[in-house]
Design a protein around this ligand. Sequence first.
Ligand code: AMP
Ligand code: GLY
Length: 427
Amino acid sequence: MKLLVVGGGGREHTLVWKLKQSPFVEKIYCAPGNAGIAQDAECVPYKPDDLEGLVDFAKKEGIDLTVVGPEAPLVAGIRDAFEAAGLRLFGPHSRAAIIEGSKVFAKQLMAKYGIPTADFHIFRDAREALSYVRELDRPCVVKADGLAGGKGAIVCGTRQEAEEAVHLIMEKKAFGKAGDAVVIEDRLEGEEVSVLAFTDGETVLPMVASQDHKRVFDGDQGPNTGGMGAYSPPPVYTPEVHEEVCQKILFPVITALASEGRKYQGVIYAGLMITEKGPYVLEFNCRFGDPEAQVVIPRLRSDLVPVMEAVLEGRLHEVSLEWDERAAVCVVLASGGYPGAYEKGKVIFGLEEVPPDVLVFHAGTARANGQIVTSGGRVLGVTGFGKTIREAVSRTYQAVEKIHFEGMHYRRDIAHRALVRGEESGC
Ligand code: AMP
Ligand code: GLY
């Protein structure tokens, strides 16, 4: 088979790395890819939002299966465009991807079908939103309706912060049309977990859970980022919690979408808060998470290609997934200044010193004058394994210390919640 992977981050490098191991795969292209992906696939210079260019390329090359990493092309209808051209693509149609494309849609769907999520109000008028938050007597989260590159949810501790968030999203239009409407919801307390699942629109096959670290600095300080690291499995996600998530969230949302005429095929990502009252949905995404993919996919022992084909052919009930029992930890190495402004073109040293049992997935990297240099905010994801999370943490950080580029920074406390829980329970 000839495959095309769309995207150029750590998630896409992980997908390429995994798909390449399939005996069904002869050749992989990646659009646009990065310097690491170029070692495993042929990179082609199409942007993920160039749907027409990608369809033409896939037709010309006779691509058997296209796999999409990022949300924007899915929300924009890349599955629909490929299908119209007679091409197979793994990922939901736009009418189903709207679960990530519109938070208003997602919240209304959850309310209609009784899926646990924070209480909320929807506003399309800034003055009404402002007068609501001025009266509010509890912390809230203000969320832009549309896609905002992971920056559209502002967690507010005070009325003033909430007013500023409404102002930023609805009046200053910091995220453009994505801020035409906002969801203002109660702030939940607890520990976050990401659960990804394959679904063909009927059967739902959950993957192992993981935990992301969104804030840029240790101790969950500083601004939100795309994700500074992840680990799997998170101890807070017990078998009991998993059962509740399946019964109250994952199965119901897929059934709800189907009964709304929005059959969902692909990976659904539930961003959850595990509260004292059980799991609540913070958001649904229409794709693999990043960096979550960098710990979840390496733990998958099964071949990914037949799973993806079963999703597209409505045969997921025939599939079961096998998992590596070992824990996985991914530490993201970022450019100096990220998530704010950062410089590019810094030479990356030490990649060849990383031991072979540790994986290095490239995100913002490029090749210049025969060297690998930085070209984005999140530059590399380093994933290590261990019999325990503690062992995986130690292996990963030992490998991280081999790598260096000017301005490089990373969190030194990835998986801290698991380690604290382990100590509390005497492990
Ligand atoms: P979202 O894009 O909706 O997942 O929000 C991004 C991040 O904001 C989440 O990963 C949480 O850290 C935080 N967040 C979102 N909604 C809530 C909520 N209702 N309560 C507390 N934190 C939240
Ligand atoms: N790591 C968060 C996301 O992929 O949306």
